[in-house]
Design a protein around this ligand. Structure first.
Ligand SMILES: Cc1cc2nc3c(=O)[nH]c(=O)nc-3n(C[C@H](O)[C@H](O)[C@H](O)COP(=O)(O)OP(=O)(O)OC[C@H]3O[C@@H](n4cnc5c(N)ncnc54)[C@H](O)[C@@H]3O)c2cc1C
Length: 269
């Protein structure tokens, strides 16, 4: 580090993640935005194409649309927020569509190009239809990649998988004295998950009180209006875990408190 060596008995890697930039033909020659520069824009763009229909893409779609930008969202899956239950995600999509956001789902991004200051995206939709989109700005929100470059983890014998540094339930890497917490281990990419994992690492590494992570009741939220929030498994995750969930659904319209707060649209499962 700056020409000095640092040694320690125990190490914790918490370098987080950055926007993933997949090898889409032409993207390397286009002036695109990620979450890094999106919040430093000096004026509101007239139009924006958002590549990615995950939490970041969807939150930014609603925010920019409400500010007055014409927004198009491109998603690979047929559903926005593909980790959420379909009925919930579809309800949110309908709300955003009613506010003016245009969706291109089930789309394959074939190429990206720049014509003057405009950004162009060529898509292929199912069934085989080509669509060309043009906008003033292009936001890439196609997932996250762990910040592991330049750490020389391979020299330390730390295994890194496709989504991040591999860890065991105590958050130890393949080198037991090196821990990894937060986005860099590719688990749950949330601030509160990173904080929780930090506590697990301190317990294991500093106090030598063995603790394992337990995400059973982990909450998470996509901060749209309305918000889409969960605690623990939704039906999709329960099914993926081999369970056969019974889903009870209650529309907010059946709830007097929701009416009195003027928020009777939406539902809880
Ligand atoms: C646009 C956006 C919206 C989000 N919204 C939410 C939300 O609403 N709710 C939520 O829970 N989560 C949200 N997240 C996710 C949340 O930000 C992350 O899960 C959280 O910050 C992860 O914490 P971390 O400590 O692992 O990494 P970070 O907070 O990214 O911290 C990593 C730190 O390490 C530093 N670093 C990186 N590489 C090196 C290096 N080589 N040497 C030294 N330092 C290095 C970085 O500069 C940074 O300071 C959002 C993320 C984005 C991008």
């Amino acid at each position: 580090m700056n020409g000095h060596s640092v040694s320690a008995k125990t190490w914790v890697v918490t370098t987080g993640s950055s926007a993933a930039v997949p090898p889409i033909p032409g993207l390397d020659r286009v002036d695109f935005l990620t979450n890094r520069d999106l919040f430093s824009l000096e004026r509101l763009p007239a139009s924006m194409i958002i590549l990615g229909a995950g939490p970041i893409g969807i939150e930014m779609a609603q925010a920019f649309s409400r500010l007055g930008t014409t927004v198009s969202v491109v998603g690979r899956s047929e559903q926005i927020l593909s980790k959420e239950d379909r009925d919930m995600a579809d309800a949110l999509q309908a709300r955003l569509a009613a506010e003016g956001v245009t969706f291109y789902l089930g789309a394959k991004i074939e190429a990206v190009s720049q014509v003057g200051s405009k950004k162009c995206v060529r898509l292929r939709l199912n069934p085989d239809a080509a669509v060309d989109l043009t906008a003033e700005t292009l936001l890439v929100a196609l997932g996250r990649t762990p910040n592991v470059n330049g750490l020389w983890l391979e020299a330390a014998g730390v295994d890194v998988g496709p989504t991040g540094i591999a860890v065991d339930p105590r958050l130890r890497t393949s080198r037991k004295h090196i821990f990894a917490a937060g986005d860099v281990n590719g688990g749950y990419l949330f601030t509160h998950a990173a904080g929780y994992e930090g506590g697990i690492v301190v317990s294991n590494a500093v106090f030598h009180l063995p603790r394992k992570v337990d995400y059973t009741w982990l909450p998470w939220c996509t901060y749209t209006d309305p918000e889409l929030a969960s605690i623990g498994m939704n039906a999709r995750r329960a099914e993926a875990a081999g369970l056969d969930p019974i889903v009870l659904s209650e529309p907010f319209a059946a709830n007097d408190r929701a009416w009195s707060k003027g928020r009777a649209r939406g539902a809880s499962n």
